[in-house]
Design a protein around this ligand. Structure first.
Ligand code: CA
Length: 230
């Protein structure tokens, strides 16, 4: 059974989230402040952290930053809860940010959908025989789930990695936001195009001078246009 840690200071929301996760078959641990949450991440090794942005003491972004800057916890997927849609860019735009978010109020169904999608991405099975892919200074190892630029490791979230490899797998072909949502996020519904745009923007920031390999096709979507080195 996969263990999920929920860090939320509002008892009603905490209760609702815990109830629905348990009903969906997850083991749940809870904390109501950042410090306790960070301790539990280390002692309980959860598969996923559901993290409220606004917490007393250390806030959600600082919790996230602390986890992502520690080698032992940097791969823990984080689903952020936020009360305001205008905070979304701040959550995802932050370099060491969350993997995904939901805006309050959210339905239990939406939450469970997101949780399952993140866990699926984080646990993505790699083909152990697959060779690294190289595009100019960009090297990608699917087996190691690692990307390098000029042999310097790049810190990508599980979502960004999946987004990049999906675009590469379909290089030269335009991918609509819906295509990418479907493959990368596993959503069954439209209306989350902004999620794609925000993640592409953050991925480009990390790719720096190589970001032009991901082209924007106006009004349609995105296309990977790097030239593979063999
Ligand atoms: Ca709160």
């Amino acid at each position: 059974m996969e263990k999920i840690l929920v860090l939320e200071d509002e008892p009603d929301i905490l209760g609702m989230v815990q109830y629905n996760l348990e009903r969906a078959g997850f083991e749940v641990r809870t904390a109501e402040d950042g410090e306790t949450g960070l301790e539990l991440v280390r002692s309980e090794s959860p598969s996923l952290l559901i993290l409220d942005l606004m917490l007393p003491g250390i806030d959600g972004l600082d919790v996230c930053k602390s986890l992502k800057s520690d080698a032992a916890t940097k791969d823990l997927p984080v689903l952020m809860l936020t009360a305001r849609k205008d905070e979304v860019d701040r959550i995802l735009g932050f370099e060491l940010g969350a993997d995904d978010y939901v805006v309050k109020p959210f339905s239990p169904r939406e939450l469970i959908l997101r949780v399952r999608a993140i866990l699926r991405r984080a646990g993505g099975e790699a083909d152990e025989t697959e060779a690294d892919i190289q595009y100019g200074g960009l090297r990608i190892s699917r087996t190691a789930h690692q990307v390098w630029i000029d042999e310097k490791p790049l810190a990508l979230t599980a979502t960004e990695f999946k987004l990049l490899t999906t675009l590469i797998d379909r290089k030269g072909r335009v991918q609509t936001r819906e295509d990418l949502l479907d493959t990368v996020w596993g959503y069954e519904y439209a209306g989350y195009g902004r999620t794609v745009d925000t993640h592409v923007r953050r991925l480009r920031e990390k790719l720096g001078p190589l970001s032009s390999m991901i082209e924007t096709v106006r009004g349609v979507g995105y296309r990977f246009s790097g030239i593979e080195e063999t």
